[in-house]
Design a protein around this ligand. Structure first.
Ligand SMILES: *Cc1c(COP(=O)(O)O)cnc(C)c1O
Length: 361
């Protein structure tokens, strides 16, 4: 018997047990080929079928039409920080960025290496405790695009609505909340997500973009950094992250089995209500780190009265099989990353631990 702990790691993060079991079962002989998917050519008909099915599942689960290209790229979300401005900021143009956390800031800094940036909003001076009200986001109407980070993984804040940008294309880094609840993904001209939080293993990044937006992309870039290279070849220009595509397919099938985004949303809503409820029930001891109106459903951040108590909380939790609760090194505190694969039962165990810890402290 294998003992499975509760995994609150921020990324790479928990994967559904059912998915891991299927991977284990199919690992030595992938669908009668007598070899592993890890050993298969990305040009084989077996892998091409996996690739096609995964593209179709992304469209189905996220509600995208055939007018969206779906790409599986290497290099993490961080590579997209560079590829987006390389491809979409024309000469003399400015790109607008909403700065709501460390990753949003990194994306903006990367654009500054390539093009002119307009800061449409920043909560940096407020220690990134919040995301803006829609009326606070200001940008020129001729901006190449407006870039946002939908969920701030480190700080634990999340957009509850998205700016209506009219003819300015809206681009989103959705790495840490993709497929976690119902969102109209068609409002984004382009969105991207490193898979290691909600979609699969590290090493694969999902990028989707509207075809008419792609048509505006710059020409003459190095081949590998041009989106057109990848949309023309279904991400098979060079060797794609084959294993990651395969696991993403299994995760998307698992999401479908849970009732799609509507089913997943119900579960995630119950999870975050239970956990924030436990924090708010003991305001003298547990303090939510993010502004209440901006609280993330995926990364729940809190502080305890002292850093010593926080360290003790993390180590005592670990003894109970609750792993990965230390806040990001840049902000400290406690962070529960409660992505899709973390269950309601896991959270029930956690709130029981929180009540007992508080009593004993
Ligand atoms: C994790 C994360 C990233 C960085 O992803 P890499 O795959 O490590 O490059 C970027 N943005 C957000 C919102 C993230 O959560």
């Amino acid at each position: 018997m294998v003992t499975r702990n509760v995994n609150f790691n921020p990324g790479p993060a928990a994967l559904p047990l059912e998915v891991l079991k299927t991977v284990q079962q199919e690992l030595l002989d992938f669908q009668g080929t007598g070899i592993s998917i890890l050993e298969s050519s990305h040009r084989s008909k077996e892998f091409e079928a996996v690739n096609d099915q995964t593209i179709a599942l992304v469209r189905e689960v996220l509600g995208l039409g055939a007018d969206y290209h779906v790409l599986f790229l290497g290099g993490g979300a961080s590579t997209q920080f560079a590829m987006v401005p390389m491809n979409f900021v024309g000469d003399g143009q400015t790109a607008a960025y909403v700065d709501t956390g460390e990753f949003a800031f990194k994306a903006m800094k990367e654009c500054q290496n390539i093009a002119k940036v307009h800061v449409a909003f920043s909560s940096k001076e407020e220690k990134y405790r919040r995301v803006p009200a829609m009326s606070e986001i200001k940008y020129p109407q001729d901006a190449a695009y407006l870039h946002i980070c939908s969920n701030n993984t480190i700080e634990g804040t999340q957009f509850q609505e998205f700016p209506k940008t009219g003819k300015v294309p809206l681009i989103a880094d959705v790495s840490s909340d993709i497929a976690s609840r119902r969102v109209d993904y068609k409002q984004f001209a382009l969105f991207y997500a490193g898979a290691q939080k909600n979609l699969g293993p590290a090493g694969i990044t999902l990028v989707a973009m509207r075809d008419e937006f792609l048509a505006t992309a710059k020409k003459g870039l190095p081949t590998i950094f041009s989106y057109k290279t990848h949309t023309d070849s279904k991400s098979l220009y060079n060797t794609p992250p084959v294993f990651g595509v395969y696991i993403m397919k299994l995760v998307l099938e698992w999401i479908k089995g849970k009732g799609g985004l509507a089913g997943i949303e119900k579960m995630n809503e119950a999870k975050k209500n239970l956990l924030y409820g436990a924090i708010d029930a003991a305001p003298d001891f547990y303090k939510g780190a993010a502004d209440k109106a901006c609280r993330s459903w995926m990364n729940v951040t809190m502080r305890l009265p002292t850093e010593e108590l926080e360290a003790k909380f993390v180590s005592e939790a670990k003894k109970q099989g609750l792993l990965g609760l230390k806040g990001h090194r840049s902000v400290g505190g406690i962070r529960f990353s409660i992505y899709n694969a973390v269950s309601l039962e896991d959270i029930q165990k956690t709130v029981a631990f929180m009540a007992a810890f508080r009593k004993s402290a």
